[in-house]
Each structure stands twice: as structure tokens, then as C-alpha cells.
Ligand binder design. Structure first.
Ligand code: PLP
Length: 374
């Protein structure tokens, strides 16, 4: 039973079929203008770009395809820095619960002389919009806040931050890897200048995502590319477009938006079953219920270390004890620590994340295996 959908999701069968057909038949290079295969590939890529743009109320030329949200975050954070140096805006506001794909680029900027203020969340896992806005100064170059946290599923107050930043010059970046196609309404706000998306969190393929770089009037966000080469993606992300992956991303996005209500309902019901199933173990929930994505639960089971529970659940339920990106070298969660969760609970934290495709889990068996540890 795979309950680690925040790390990645399975590819939807309909998406996989479309990708396979493109791999085998429409394999042209979207940059080749001299023949039919190239033109066809370009049409497919253009269509995919329009689909992604439309889901976010954006223009086609505001979509920059990348290898995923990590790369999009890097282009957004590191790519805006030269503008900060040029205009003497060297202050950045972000949060201590961002994904490492934002925190590490920020650290690099800090090491090179930028001043970075990281706002702390409250004990429920939510950052207060007022704290973010209060930290913004006349020399603030960038505000970067994730749409929802990958470990806790807690939705962050993006609408309020957008409203508070109206009239301020600072560029606003939102890492939407965990909410695109799942909780997308806040992402429509055009005050968001830069947004990072990932296909493999919404039943699309791994290895593709996008940076949305919205214009303010005629002005594009002043990003400097991190790589140089063939000039694709308006020079911001050069390299041959992986047309099958890009098309698969768009198909996955279309399905996520079309089936949104049914998927949400299935996830909400599953959440109730998970909470009821774990109840005999008196779980401590991390993060408040009301602001949580319906497919995520972060818990610790009193007296138990997360590794022990994961071993007990082997071949029954697959969960994680943090972000997949750091699980190779397990470090206690920086997100739960920032929320002030006591250390023993941080070490016991389990992230369960399901989807509309998850079959029911055998909770009585899961409970009895855990009880055997006590
Ligand atoms: N940002 C967040 C919030 C994530 O959850 C993830 C994935 O774990 C990423 C960024 C990285 O996304 P990708 O795997 O597409 O590079």
C-alpha cells in the first residue's frame, strides 16, 4: 500500500499511454523547422504550453518548461539575484519551512552577501501573512513562500500575501509543487510573478515541470538564465524540449483540473478512514486539520520512533518520515522543528500521503503490528 504520494505519484494510465505514443511515433525535435516530425513536435509542445498556461490564467509565453520544481525554484531564486545586485535590492523574505530546493539556493545567496529573513511558522505549521509582509522592506528583491508544505500538507496564506504585496515592487515566487492541480485557486492571483510546478506530483511523469514567469504589464521578471545553450524557452532554460514529457505533464494537468472535485472528495473520505484507522494508537497530529491538504497527514505515535514503525509496516503500508529529497541522509524534519514540535515527536513523525487512486489500507493489521512494538 503506497501512501507516499507527496514524494511522487504514479503516472495516470491515460497519461502514460499518450507519452508512449509520442516516444514511439512523434519523436521529432520541437526545434527542427525543416520537416514534418519537427513541426509536429512543436505543435504538441505548443499545445502543452497552452494547457498549462490556461490552468493558471497565464499566457503561453509565461510558461518555461523545466526538469521539475527543483530547477524552477533554482531559476527563480538564483536567476533574480543579478537584478538585486544591479538595483541594490539585496534583501529576501522567505520561510523556514520551504523545501530544500528553495532553502539551499537562498543559502547560496546569503553566502554571497544577500540578507535573507526566514519567517517561522506557528505551532500549527502555518506562516502568518502579517509576519511575511512585516518583514518586507523597500530594498526587498524577492518574497518566496510555498503554497503548501510537502511534509505537513499545511496550506500557506498565499492570497493574503498577494493582497499585502499589491503596490510593492518585490518579486513574489511561490513553490506550488504540492498544490498545482490539487489546490490551485490561490495560484490564479497575478500578483504571483514566479511559480514552480512539478508534473510527478499530479500523476504526470518525473523529469518535467515548469516555471511560470508572469509579466507585470509588459515587463517580464528580470531573470538571468542559469545555463546557456540553444536558446530554447526564451533562453531561460535552454536544451531540447522533452516533448513526450511536456505533453504528459499537460495531459496530467488537464485531468487534475477536470477531475478535481471527485479527487478531493475521495481524498477527504480516505483521510477520515486514516484518522479512524490510527485512532487506537492515539496519534499526535502535526499541523492543523482545517488548513491541511486532504491527502496528507503528518503524525507521530507516542513512544515510537518512525524507523521502527516503518519497519513494522514493511510490505503493508509505505510511508515516509520526511521529505524524499533528504531521506537518503535522514535528518530530523526542519519543518516540524520550526513548528516547535518536541524532539521525540519529530523523531517519531510519519508522513502519510494518499491519492484518489489509493485502495483501502488494512488499518487493523497496521495497528496490531505497531502494538507489538510497545
Ligand atoms: N518543492 C516542493 C514543495 C516539493 O514538495 C518538491 C518535491 O518533493 C520539490 C519542490 C521538488 O520537485 P521536483 O521533484 O519536481 O524537482
Amino acid at each position: 500500500m503506497y501512501l507516499d504520494n507527496n514524494a511522487t505519484t504514479q503516472v495516470d494510465k491515460r497519461v502514460a499511454e499518450e507519452i508512449m505514443q509520442l516516444f514511439l511515433e512523434d519523436y521529432g525535435n520541437a526545434g527542427s523547422r525543416t520537416h514534418e516530425h519537427g513541426q509536429r513536435a512543436q505543435q504538441i509542445a505548443n499545445r502543452a504550453r497552452s494547457v498549462i498556461a490556461q490552468t493558471l490564467g497565464s499566457r503561453d509565453d509565461e510558461v518555461v518548461f523545466t526538469s521539475g520544481a527543483t530547477e524552477a525554484n533554482n531559476i527563480a531564486v538564483l536567476g533574480i539575484a543579478p537584478e538585486g545586485l544591479r538595483t541594490d535590492h539585496r534583501h529576501i523574505v522567505s520561510t523556514s519551512i520551504e523545501h530544500k530546493a528553495v532553502l539551499e539556493p537562498l543559502k547560496r545567496l546569503e553566502d554571497s552577501g544577500f540578507e535573507v529573513d526566514l519567517i517561522q511558522p506557528d505551532q500549527h505549521g502555518r506562516v502568518a501573512a502579517a509576519d511575511v509582509l512585516a518583514a518586507v522592506r523597500p530594498d526587498t528583491l524577492l518574497v518566496s513562500v510555498m503554497a503548501a508544505n510537502n511534509e505537513t500538507g499545511i496550506i500557506q496564506p498565499i492570497e493574503e500575501i498577494c493582497a499585502g504585496l499589491v503596490g510593492h515592487e518585490a518579486w513574489l515566487h511561490v513553490d506550488a509543487a504540492q498544490t498545482y492541480g490539487k489546490h490551485s485557486a490561490p495560484l490564479l492571483d497575478r500578483r504571483i510573478d514566479l511559480m514552480s510546478l512539478s508534473a510527478h506530483k499530479v500523476f504526470g511523469p518525473k523529469g518535467v515541470g515548469a516555471l511560470i514567469a508572469r509579466r507585470r504589464g509588459y515587463r517580464r521578471p528580470p531573470l538571468t538564465p542559469l545555463t546557456v545553450g540553444g536558446g530554447q524557452e526564451r533562453g531561460l532554460r535552454p536544451g531540447t524540449l522533452p516533448v513526450p514529457l511536456v505533453a504528459g505533464f499537460a495531459r496530467a494537468a488537464e485531468l487534475a483540473f477536470e477531475e478535481h472535485a471527485a479527487r478531493q472528495a475521495a481524498c477527504k473520505k480516505y483521510r477520515a478512514d486514516v484518522i479512524a484507522g490510527l485512532a487506537p494508537l492515539n496519534p499526535v497530529l502535526h499541523g492543523e486539520h482545517e488548513n491541511c491538504l486532504p491527502h496528507v497527514l503528518n503524525v507521530s505515535l507516542p513512544g515510537l520512533d518512525s524507523e521502527a514503525v516503518m519497519v513494522a509496516w514493511r510490505e503493508l503500508i509505505e510511508v515516509s518520515n520526511g521529505s524524499a529529497c533528504t531521506s537518503a541522509s535522514y535528518e530530523p524534519s526542519h519543518v516540524l522543528a520550526a513548528m516547535g514540535v518536541p524532539k521525540d515527536q519529530v523523531l517519531g513523525a510519519l508522513r502519510l500521503s494518499w491519492s484518489h487512486l489509493s485502495p483501502p489500507a488494512d488499518w487493523p493489521e497496521a495497528v496490531s503490528r505497531v502494538r507489538a512494538l510497545l
